[in-house]
Write a protein that binds this ligand. Structure first.
Ligand code: CP
Length: 323
């Protein structure tokens, strides 16, 4: 029973589905006129965002508040890290205040894992670490697909998912690959060779059924879901593509393209969106797009994660008490 959420790679299929189903049930709480339940009254959650965020940060704060936890938000230039304090010292300081959960976003891959080892009394949630994993994004993507396909009498299994764009730098892609690997789905990775090396097919062997496509026509043909990634210019420390115009020319996801090769496909995007660069505005704002639902479900899934971790802590401390 994990008492942290560090990555989808560390979950079993049963644990993944428990988060998805619980997240799905929490959607209803946010539809009430009074959107607050007493579930985590008396619990303290610190949201520590050392890297920019709108969706993840706001939804963790809303999720904690809707569960009646006390939430505080720290990050950026507003902490003593700007005076040179190390991440370890900052989090040791915060742990001395006895939070129940620390939600961490950091540019360093593995930062949440390091904290989980260093701060054993606190549950750590990875809210995105460098180019490594973004587990709650994959969970909210799965809840969105679960909700969509349930309405069509289908399940989350037996799907063909295309992920398009800058896969190499994408923590969203990695977490989704692991999630769909657990679900037994086929994942098409689509993009130019520098972003989608052929080696990805073997890199995920045993973890996911991954196929690499450098042609968008071939990669998107007949898929059920197209997950369009943001071009992550801030993580490009060398020139991966000749120009954005060149990328757009070959890998732009448009309504016209989908109507021809994957007419029934739904479209996901984690945001923020570079409109007109990776995806057409008319598609992202149109009926095939589940982007707004992804944001709504982000709150529900984060409520499920916070609830699960507090429940696990209580179970573990009862077991220790019994010994
Ligand atoms: N999807 C996502 O992580 O968005 P933010 O960077 O705005 O949190």
């Amino acid at each position: 029973m994990p008492n942290h959420l560090l990555g989808i790679a560390e979950l079993t299929k049963e644990e993944l589905m428990a988060f998805v189903e619980n997240g799905y049930h929490f959607i209803e709480v946010s539809e009430r006129s009074i959107k607050k339940v007493p579930t985590l009254r008396g619990k303290t959650i610190i949201n520590f965002f050392a890297e920019a965020s709108t969706r993840t940060r706001a939804s963790f704060e809303i999720a904690g508040k809707r569960l009646s936890a006390d939430t505080i938000n720290l990050g950026g230039s507003g902490t003593s890290q700007s005076k040179g304090e190390t991440l370890y010292d900052t989090l040791q300081t915060l742990q001395a205040m006895n939070p129940d959960i620390v939600v961490l976003r950091h540019s360093g891959s593995g930062a949440p894992h390091f904290l989980a080892r260093s701060l054993p009394r606190t549950s750590i949630v990875n809210a995105g670490d460098g180019a490594h994993e973004h587990p709650t994004q994959a969970l909210l993507d799965c809840v969105t697909l679960y909700d969509h396909f349930k309405r069509e009498g289908r399940s989350l299994e037996g799907l063909k998912i295309a992920i398009v764009g800058d896969i190499l730098h994408s923590r969203v892609a990695r977490s989704n690959i692991y999630a769909h690997g657990l679900l037994g789905n086929t994942v098409h990775l689509v993009g130019p060779p520098p972003f989608v090396p052929k080696e990805f097919e073997t890199a995920y062997k045993g973890k996911a059924n991954v196929k690499v496509f450098h042609s968008i026509e071939e990669g998107l043909r007949g898929v059920d879901v197209v997950l369009v990634l943001r071009m992550q210019l801030e993580r490009h420390d060398e020139s991966f593509i000749s120009s954005l115009e060149e990328y757009t020319r070959w890998y732009f996801v448009s309504r016209k393209l989908l109507s021809r090769i994957a007419p029934g496909a739904v479209v996901l995007h984690p945001g923020p969106i570079n409109r007109g660069v990776e995806v057409e505005t008319a598609l992202i704002d149109g009926p095939q797009s589940l982007v707004t639902k992804q944001v709504t479900h982000g709150v529900a899934v984060r409520m499920a994660v916070l609830h699960y971790l507090c429940k696990t802590q209580a179970k573990l401390s009862n077991e220790v008490g019994e010994k």
